[in-house]
Design a protein around this ligand. Structure first.
Ligand SMILES: CC(C)(COP(=O)(O)OP(=O)(O)OC[C@H]1O[C@@H](n2cnc3c(N)ncnc32)[C@H](O)[C@@H]1OP(=O)(O)O)[C@@H](O)C(=O)NCCC(=O)NCCS
Length: 190
């Protein structure tokens, strides 16, 4: 059985190893990373997928950003599932939990850089991001957004900037409540 839980601070090492395995070490060179480095993730919006024995097999975090001047938004990512556990619905379970939790907290919109063929199933598209820019190189067709509140990104244009709380030290740690089971949406997981 696989559970989606809030990330625990003690998982930092396992999370970094999982991200290196799933995304490669070049992940740190991405422009999205410029919006995350030296910042804390959004409080309570970091999630882990764990096996019954506690092993981490999936991770997803959300971060505070500003989409153009003073438009509070969340940045989603990185999302990663251990290669041996992919295609069992774990990525989708993490996504649905993250989106539902952000919406429940009153967050207004989520932005990410990723593959539209994967993320469109959760409602993401590039329809609302044509006026926005990342702080560094990015592929425009991969800059995607989902409004949690209709109109939240209407006419958004300009530079996306980091807005998260400054991390006291690296590596960043979660401030979420660890260990609480959040969802049972996972299909085909065992
Ligand atoms: C993308 C990722 C998180 C999906 O996790 P997952 O647990 O396998 O996802 P799910 O089981 O919910 O969904 C699997 C489905 O998504 C599809 N899928 C996976 N990655 C995809 C992509 N990049 N583009 C389109 N479809 C994709 C799979 O083919 C599968 O399709 P199916 O349902 O028709 O079999 C995982 O493949 C991963 O960690 N990849 C490496 C890291 C990565 O690319 N992260 C995302 C950055 S954009």
């Amino acid at each position: 059985m696989i559970r989606i839980v809030r990330e625990a601070p003690a998982e930092a090492g396992a999370r970094e190893a999982l991200l290196d395995l799933a995304l490669g070490k070049r992940r740190r060179k991405k422009s999205s990373e410029r919006l995350r480095e030296n910042r804390l993730p959004a409080d309570g919006l970091s999630f882990s997928a764990k096996l019954g024995n506690g092993r981490l097999v999936g991770t997803l975090r959300l971060w505070h950003i500003s989409a153009d001047a003073n438009r509070p938004t969340l940045l989603l990512g990185p999302l990663a599932v251990h290669p041996a556990y992919q295609k069992r619905g774990i990525g989708s379970a993490l996504m649905f939990e993250a989106i539902a939790s952000a919406k429940a907290r009153g967050d207004r919109a989520v932005i990410l850089v990723g593959d539209e063929p994967y993320y469109r199933r959760f409602g993401f598209s590039n329809a609302l991001t044509s006026g926005l820019h990342m702080p560094g190189p990015f592929e425009r067709h991969r800059l995607l957004a989902l409004e949690l509140v209709p109109g939240a990104l209407a006419d958004a244009h300009g530079l996306i900037t980091a807005a998260g709380e400054i991390a006291p030290q690296a590596p960043q740690k979660s401030t979420g409540i660890a260990g609480k089971s959040l969802t049972s949406r996972i299909r085909r997981a065992s």
